[in-house]
Ligand binder design. Sequence first.
Ligand code: HEM
Length: 149
Amino acid sequence: MPTNETDKRPDVFVPLAGPPQVAPPSQDIYAAMGEANIFRMLEDFYRALAQSPVHPLFPDDMVTASQRSAAFFVGLLGGPPLYQQRYGHPALRARHLPFRIDDAARQAWLDCFDAVLAKAPELYSFPPQHVEGFRRWLHEFSRWMVNAK
Ligand code: HEM
């Protein structure tokens, strides 16, 4: 992982607004879903990504890729810090720098998550009253992953 983002990507775009100032999703979500449902939700999300315009950015093994993301979402949604335990500090903007992510890529990524969230209460026991807050978090936080114009 580059320590200084300008070293390896001289053309890197940094969102002017800086790191997102958005309320974290409800910490009750994990209690309602549990770890297995979060992993299943992220596996289906990665299945949607594999069919989306951003699929070339992702590796062939989408199940393994989905598990790294799921570990992060377990902690984000109120569970144990699985990502930190398994992979270290998330440093998500830095970890996304090797991939060229522009506004269109962000939108395609959000569209895939929206499709999964539409069925999430039914399929993974996602608490329906917290879907909107989580969607808002994804919408705002994903701005910070944009690194190309
Ligand atoms: C709310 C915004 C986002 C969050 C929380 C998030 C979270 C994550 C996490 C936790 C990982 C795993 C990092 C690791 O390898 O250990 C990851 C990987 C990745 N994300 Fe994101 N991401 C976000 C937005 C985006 C967007 C907008 C894109 C654009 C397409 C994107 C593309 C990728 C790619 C290409 C990988 C690497 C997959 C791999 O090689 O395994 N992400 N993301």
